[in-house]
Design a protein around this ligand. Structure first.
Ligand code: FES
Ligand code: FES
Length: 228
């Protein structure tokens, strides 16, 4: 129930809709932590300088401390609690991408977005596009390595999809050729069987060779910039 100082806000966080009452001055960060109990998103500077509070709004990374809760209505918010499972998490573990871990939720949210945006062409590019996230422990070299590993994992997934399409095409062509050849050979001459087999192989390969686009790989959301 609203009183004179609060207003109703509906926040969609990690796929769940929450109807809450907050004062208009309450930030998204405080609403997530204090009202919804999602304390994975950290408060560092509380003034847009450290990136500890990074969350995704409709897939774009933002600083939750610089966003009012009322501004987030109608936006799909993803917090660190909703990110898992993500290859960036294993990559941070593999590369010791943290020490105290306080900045890590924000680093992970930013890393996931950085890879999805395709800003991983070089270590320098990763550093540039991760520069909104400060690490007081100075784990930067390991964080860059973790983002690099995450990008490789995403590329591997895309290549896996292509390889699967190729394999499917080969299998389809072989199967089609065999079936057509057998059928034609039974009812007609050997030359007819050969001709049908060739034709079947070609059309089978054409059907199965269509590659499936990999979702969420590098390059997706490239136009998205860093948060303010
Ligand atoms: S808490 Fe530092 S940028 Fe939000
Ligand atoms: S791991 Fe301690 S602040 Fe980054």
């Amino acid at each position: 129930m609203s009183d004179a100082t609060t207003m109703p806000v509906t926040l969609t966080v990690n796929g769940t809709e929450h109807r809450i009452e907050v004062e208009p001055r309450v930030t998204l960060l405080d609403a997530l932590r204090e009202v919804l109990g999602l304390t994975g998103t950290k408060k560092g500077c509380d003034r847009g300088e450290c990136g500890a509070c990074t969350v995704h709004a409709d897939g774009r990374r933002i600083n939750a401390c610089m966003t009012l809760a009322v501004m987030a209505e109608g936006t799909a918010i993803t917090t660190i609690e909703g990110l898992a499972p993500h290859p960036a998490q294993q990559a941070f573990i593999d590369n010791d991408g943290f020490q105290c871990g306080y900045c890590t939720p924000g680093q992970l949210m930013s890393a996931a977005a950085c890879v999805a945006e395709g800003h991983t062409g070089s270590d320098a590019e990763i550093r540039e596009w991760m520069s909104g996230n400060i690490c007081r422990c100075g784990a930067y070299a390991q964080i860059v390595a973790a983002v690099r590993q995450t990008a490789r994992a995403a590329e591997g997934g895309a290549q896996g999809a292509t390889s699967s399409a190729t394999s499917s095409a080969t299998s389809s062509a072989t199967s089609s050729a065999t079936s057509s050849a057998t059928s034609s050979a039974t009812s007609s001459a050997t030359s007819s069987a050969t001709s049908s087999a060739t034709s079947g192989a070609t059309s089978g390969a054409a059907r199965g060779a269509t590659p499936h686009a990999a979702l969420g790989g590098p390059g997706a959301g490239r136009e998205v910039g860093l948060d303010a």
